[in-house]
Write a protein that binds this ligand. Structure first.
Ligand code: PLP
Length: 421
């Protein structure tokens, strides 16, 4: 089990961080899971498993929750202290714990990632145009519109489906102030190329890292790249606090500024430093995050086993491409996207419908493109002809169900259905 390199002062020995009772070492969990998944995949159609799986719909994700008994003592503490929000003890402890667990210098918690993105743009005083990807969840660009900034869409790389650095420079104008890339599906962006372009043109870089909790790149957190990175702890993400998010930054002065902005901009009782808003995470969410963090290694191991099973089961199906895992790092298996190509017997929509008829509900993330939505499509950079790779991905992608307690029989059933549509 990984231990936090930092040992933060507040509550370092608090019961919140004890190992979950009865937990297996992660390597052992992973080994057992892999054996179990391999056995089910090899055994072919399994009437019992199919019947069980068919009993209820299978969605693309299902939030992980720790045992309620582990949360109760923290709840009781909140009831005793009546500290509900405004940077209370659980909030402070979760910031310290996350900074240690992720290996990042500063973490500022938020009530969600959308607010955090808007405050990140505000913290850097951006103006004018911001270069971004059309292949993301709509909140990435919504944060720009809320901030009075103009999104400039640039096409993505066909291998990673992340913003293509080779196309960024052509989109830079005198009005450009920043680049807002997304580590899509948790795949690291080409952080070196993006940093080099940003430095050469004096641009800021904010990563929408909503998918990238725990992702490491060349031995360190991918969140250490760029000026700021924004995480989401929404229920559908790898690490959830029901709702939640965070900004990761290098410098304590920047964290201080962000902390003020997320509290209406208050500097002290009477002075306000900027147009802040209310982005604070409550003690309830922070306490839950502390308990969730005890289980994150097991959660990731289970996701890894499902990812490996899909890759193995889908490897020889003509026309189905699994996205490559980025080579130099640790993935978080947040999503399992496949691209349904022209040599697959039926189209993406037909496969989507066939799976849904079987009670399997994959998602077409990200279709439509952000640039196809009404508030963006009239922008000069939103023309589909200029975004051919993103348009191709949006037309072909299906994100298959992946979550910690997805059972092997269901994974095998999904693989068989894709093999025989
Ligand atoms: C989920 C998500 C967001 C928004 O996160 P919230 O915490 O729900 O506000 C932003 N960007 C991307 C890429 C996301 O997937």
């Amino acid at each position: 089990m990984r231990t936090a390199p930092l040992d933060p002062t507040p509550g370092a020995d608090a019961p919140a961080l004890a190992a979950p009772p009865g937990a297996l070492p992660v390597q052992e969990t992973l080994r057992r899971l892999e054996q179990e998944f391999a056995r089910v995949l090899a055994s072919g159609p399994d009437a019992a498993g199919d019947a069980e799986a068919a009993a209820g719909p299978v969605y693309v994700t299902r939030p992980f929750l720790p045992p309620l008994e582990e949360f109760e003592p923290l709840l009781r503490q909140i009831w005793q202290t009546r500290i509900l929000t405004n940077g209370g003890p659980f909030h402070q402890e979760l910031e310290a714990r996350l900074s240690g667990h992720l290996g990042v210098p500063q973490v500022a918690l938020f009530n969600n990632a959308t607010t955090a993105l808007i405050m990140a743009l505000r913290a850097l005083d951006l103006t004018g145009e911001v270069i971004t990807t059309p292949y993301s969840f709509v909140a990435t660009s919504h944060a720009l519109l809320w901030s009075g900034l103009t999104p400039v869409f640039v096409d993505i790389d066909p291998v990673t489906l992340n913003l293509d650095p080779a196309r960024i420079e052509a989109a830079i104008t005198p009005r450009t102030s920043a680049i807002l890339p997304v580590h899509c599906y948790g795949q690291p962006c080409d952080v070196d190329a993006i940093a080099e372009i940003a430095d050469r043109h004096g641009l800021k870089v904010i990563y929408d890292a909503a998918h990238a909790f725990g992702v490491r790149h060349r031995g360190a957190s991918v969140l250490n790249h760029g000026d700021l990175s924004v995480l989401s702890f929404h229920a559908t993400k790898v690490f959830n606090t029901f709702e939640g998010g965070a900004i990761v930054c290098a410098d304590p002065a920047m964290k201080d500024r962000i902390d003020k902005l997320k509290n209406f901009g208050f500097d002290d009782e009477t002075s306000v430093i900027g147009v802040g808003l209310n982005g604070k995470m409550s003690e309830l969410n922070a306490a839950l995050g502390l308990v969730q963090l005890r289980h994150i290694d097991t959660v990731l191991a289970r996701r890894q086993a499902i990812d490996a099973t899909y890759r193995h089961g889908l490897r020889d199906i003509p026309g189905i491409r699994c996205l490559d895992r980025a080579g130099e790092g640790t993935a978080n298996y947040a999503y399992f996207p496949i691209l349904v190509g022209p040599d697959y017997p039926i189209g993406r929509e037909a496969l989507y419908d066939a799976l849904k008829r079987d009670g399997i509900h994959p998602r077409r993330y990200f279709h439509p493109l952000i640039s196809d939505h009404p508030m963006y499509r009239t922008l000069p950079s939103a023309r589909r002809e200029d975004l051919p790779v993103a348009a191709m991905a949006a037309d072909r992608v299906l994100c298959l169900p992946i979550y910690p307690d997805l059972d092997p029989a269901t994974v095998a059933r999904i693989v068989r259905r894709i093999a025989q549509p």
